[in-house]
Every structure is written in structure tokens, then in C-alpha cells.
Design a protein around this ligand. Sequence first.
Ligand SMILES: NC(=O)c1ccc[n+]([C@@H]2O[C@H](COP(=O)([O-])OP(=O)(O)OC[C@H]3O[C@@H](n4cnc5c(N)ncnc54)[C@H](O)[C@@H]3O)[C@@H](O)[C@H]2O)c1
Length: 258
Amino acid sequence: MLNLTGKNALVTGIANNRSIAWGIAQQLHKAGANLGITYLPDDKGKMEKKVAELVEPLNPSLFLPCNVQNDEQIQSTFETIQDKWGKLDILIHCLAFANKDDLSGGFSQTSRSGFNTALEISTYSLVQLSGAAKPLMTEGGSIITLTYLGGVRAIPNYNVMGVAKAGLEASVRYLAAELGLQNIRVNAISAGPIRTLASSAVGGILDMIHHVEEVAPLRRTVTQQEVGNTAAFLASDLASGITGQVLYVDAGYEIMGM
Ligand SMILES: NC(=O)c1ccc[n+]([C@@H]2O[C@H](COP(=O)([O-])OP(=O)(O)OC[C@H]3O[C@@H](n4cnc5c(N)ncnc54)[C@H](O)[C@@H]3O)[C@@H](O)[C@H]2O)c1
């Protein structure tokens, strides 16, 4: 039943082979989905080259620049989907950003601009991309974003990103309530800590991972592929009754009190 053949999936957030989005793209591809990949462009074209090489084996039929702070790039991404695919079935929102300075030390010292940047890129982008995807999801759809426990508990150093994730999880519920009328499901996966480019900016990330390995029921953290498997499930008809939820893929860490 986990068959995504004939489904068009847009995957954001691949930076390298450690990216959670890379794990998701691989599992969607295995399930038969037709992929469109976006990357964060830079002046020298380095990211474009790196991501293009990485994703080549997955034969994406679209490969587009999309900085979520750039309205024109967002518009152009969805216009291309309309032109080339005609419809969109799956949207993977797998990106976040906060200044490194705001990911350690005291939360009360967060600057206005640092707060705004983190919330704009990490939270508002889900709202904007979902709004752009809505008219293209003519046969229903599945929107999936990535969150972390720091959105519901105070985790050392996660700071402003915790506020961004709280906003993201609330956005999932509001989007699910609205888009359900069009049979579009919206869910979040709350992943356990994984070493990636983004997580390396969080102060003490290795301590967080080691703590999870000691305490989680499965005595380990999770892999990008495990998150990818859950995303493939949520994208598929197997999850047709699930929307507005935050699903923990964290080796069980979230249930522990001590
Ligand atoms: N790694 C973890 O431990 C962990 C745990 C739970 C949730 N998450 C979440 O997973 C998601 C993916 O992060 P990751 O850990 O795979 O790290 P990553 O660094 O591989 O991915 C982050 C992505 O965000 C993209 N990005 C940043 N600013 C952008 C912008 N303005 N426009 C477009 N893209 C932009 C980057 O290019 C990158 O591809 C994030 O939402 C993160 O918060 C990560």
C-alpha cells in the first residue's frame, strides 16, 4: 500500500548527504514518487552544484532555486510546478535557520532581528509554501514539516528555535484545519537529534545526542532514513486519516520523565 507512483513531491531543504530532507527524498523515490528538489542558492553556485550531484541518482524532474526569503523564487517554483507537472501531491518542508549567536547562552538576549529571522525562515515559510501549494493540490495532498521537542519543552541552547518550532506546530494545526476541506493533510515529524549542518549550530548538540542515546527507550537516536520512512508513510494513503498531528520519530525519548 505504500506506493507513491504517480505522485509529484516537492522536497525542500537538501544541503548535503546528512540532511534529513535527503533521507526523505530517498525514501519517497523508493516508494515511486516523481521528485522536484529545491536548493538554497548562493552567489557562487556552490550549493546548486553540490545538491545537483547528490540528487542525480533520484532523477528529479524539477531542480529549482528557492530561498524562502525571496517571494519571486517561491512564485517561480510553484509556477514551474504548474507548467511542468500540472498538479502537486506532496510538499516536504524541511528547512530552518537561526543565527548561531542565538543558539547558545541566554534566551533573554535574543535580538529582535535574530528572532524575526528565525521565525521568518523556519516558521512563516511553511505558511507561505502551503498557501502556494494549495491551488496545485487539486487531488488532495500531504504537507509534511520537521519539528523538534524544543518546541514544547525548554531544551538548553535551542532558544529562539524552540519558539520557532512552537509556532510551526501551531501553524500545522491551523493549516490542517483550513486545508482539510480540500483533502490536504498537514503534519509534522518531531525528529530526535541528528548530526546535520543545521544541528551543528546548536550549542552542545553532541551532548544532546549522547543524552538521548543513554535515556531513550531504544537507547539510540534516529537516522535520516527512519525519518524518511515516516515521511513516506505520512505522504501515502496509509496515513489518509491523519492530519494536524506531530508524530515523534525520536526512539521514544519524548515519553521519558527522567
Ligand atoms: N538535525 C536534527 O537534530 C533535527 C531534529 C529535529 C528537527 N530538525 C529539523 O529538520 C529540518 C532540516 O534540518 P537538518 O537537520 O536536516 O539540517 P540541514 O542543514 O541539512 O537542512 C536545513 C536546510 O535549510 C535550508 N535553508 C536555510 N535557510 C533557508 C532559506 N532561507 N531558504 C531555503 N532553504 C533554507 C538549508 O539550505 C538546508 O538545506 C529543520 O527544520 C530542522 O529544524 C532537525
